[in-house]
Design a protein around this ligand. Structure first.
Ligand SMILES: Nc1ncnc2c1ncn2[C@@H]1O[C@H](COP(=O)(O)OP(=O)(O)OP(=O)(O)O)[C@@H](O)[C@H]1O
Length: 446
């Protein structure tokens, strides 16, 4: 095992010794400092692969050291030790750039996994670049450049990130990039659509269950948190989480442990939580639909993905890449976009964002029989079903059946336009995900 050198900053000698003894078998040699002044002096003398600092020090606050390290040693991961239950200061440290925190009294396993993460973060950047993901968020606009650089910084941290943005703006892709560019890249990335899990099964899906916990629980089952252990759990459509699960999720994040249904004890899990929603959670909190305390835990850092209509300058590069991908998949030559087609797309409002652009280009690619896609080849996604469709009057003898037919048609149209992504289709139809699921079942369309 290659050795590495760490700096431990704590005024309590017992704690310093405990950390040193815990890290020694992992091949970590520690230098210790009892004060901020000592820490600064040691940092000037030699490089360290990582640093762990207490928050309360005789001559200042650990947050000052976190800020100093971000400025002067940006490649050195730093984690903080917080008093038990002092969640606010842990959150402050994460916001300042600390990659993780551990609460007193220590859980040795948490300390070890924190050190393992630090060592991966401290690897030379060329070793880490092997994990650089293939698919990336395209776009040269200033807004997309900011998004990519924030993702690179977020990848280093272990802080929870809330990803906001309209449907189809690339929230899931961004979450995958945060995961795959960071130290957890070789561990699972588990995406979960919170709106797709029936409320009554949610607890067992999230935390697992013990055999016999309920009818049908014939054996122990691991939940999504356990599946993501060591990696990242991406909670998409977090606004759809029912209230009782919001409380349980908050506890799991705070305690870094989950209790499977029917179990008597919590089991520790090491999971980074990323979440996303296209809904305005601030408004939901004000209306009582979402817990403020959970929001603050999830949204330590926010990553906002801009709508496509706010960055029309990204359309040419997106078209080029998306068409190249379609052509490669079909084994056909890649068509060009006529400048007028690009201009038409740049005027389009894109309520479905990049997903809608993908749909438009896929249709154009399929239908166009020459090597240039012109404005006439572009068919925008159909507008929502209620947007003033004119129908001819027909005598209706079976009103129920007739209405069901209309409903089916509108749902089918929305699903097709959203490539059978139910979340997006529900939004397009102006109904909740649950309402769409209910209707699909009722109409026998599943
Ligand atoms: N900047 C981008 N560059 C390349 N592809 C993108 C970009 N943004 C989005 N996409 C593509 O658009 C599609 C939709 O993206 P994604 O599923 O990440 O959006 P989302 O915001 O999570 O949507 P929803 O809210 O509906 O779940 C995906 O196929 C994704 O690869």
């Amino acid at each position: 095992m290659d050795t590495c050198q760490a700096l431990i900053v704590d005024d309590e000698e017992d704690i310093r010794t405990l950390i040193e003894m815990t890290l020694q078998p992992q091949g970590v040699r520690c230098d210790s400092a009892a004060t901020l002044a000592d820490a600064h002096r040691l940092l000037r003398t030699r490089p360290y692969q990582f640093c762990i600092t207490d928050m309360r020090l005789p001559d200042g606050n650990g947050l000052e050291l976190v800020a100093h390290v971000q400025r002067h040693h940006p490649d050195m991961p730093i984690a903080v030790i917080t008093a038990h239950g002092n969640v606010e200061s842990a959150v402050d440290a994460l916001k300042l750039g600390a990659y993780d925190f551990v609460s007193k009294p220590f859980d040795i396993a948490t300390l070890r996994s924190m050190v393992a993460t630090a060592r991966k973060l401290a690897r030379p950047s060329d070793a880490r670049s092997a994990a650089v993901p293939r698919q990336t968020l395209l776009g040269d606009s200033a807004a997309m450049q900011r998004v990519r650089s924030l993702i690179a910084r977020l990848a280093r941290s272990q802080a929870p990130v809330f990803i906001s943005g309209e449907s189809g703006t690339g929230k899931e892709l961004a979450a995958r990039l945060v995961h795959s560019s960071g130290p957890r890249a070789d561990k699972p990335f588990v995406p979960v659509n919170c709106g797709a899990i029936p409320a009554e099964l949610m607890e067992s899906e999230f935390f697992g269950h013990r055999r016999g916990a309920f009818t049908g629980a014939v054996q122990d089952k691991a939940g999504l948190f356990q599946a993501a252990d060591g990696g990242t759990l991406f909670l998409d459509e977090i606004a759809e989480l029912p209230q009782h699960m919001q409380v349980k999720l908050l506890r799991a994040i705070q305690e870094r442990a989950v209790k499977p249904v029917g179990a008597t004890h919590e089991v520790p899990v090491d999971v980074r939580v990323l979440s996303a929603s296209h809904r305005d959670l601030g408004r939901m909190i004000a209306e009582g639909g979402f817990r403020r305390d959970l929001y603050y835990r999830l949204n330590v850092i926010e990553l906002h993905l801009p709508a496509l209509r706010e960055r029309p300058e990204d359309i040419p590069v997106l078209c080029e890449h998306l068409l190249a991908r379609l052509a490669a998949t079909a084994g056909l030559p890649c068509p060009h976009m006529h400048p007028q087609a690009i201009a038409a797309l740049q005027r389009h409002p894109f309520p479905g964002n990049v997903r809608e652009l993908e749909n438009i280009l896929e249709r154009a690619f399929t239908l166009c029989d020459h090597d240039t896609i012109g404005p006439a080849d572009l068919q925008p996604d159909p507008p929502p079903a209620d947007a003033g469709t004119v129908r001819t009057a027909v005598p209706v003898s079976d009103l129920e059946g007739y209405l069901e037919g209309l409903e089916k048609e509108a749902i089918e149209q929305a699903l097709r336009a959203c490539r059978y992504n139910k979340t997006a289709a529900a939004e397009r139809l102006g109904i909740s995900f649950r309402a769409l699921r209910y209707r699909l079942k009722k109409l026998g369309m599943e």
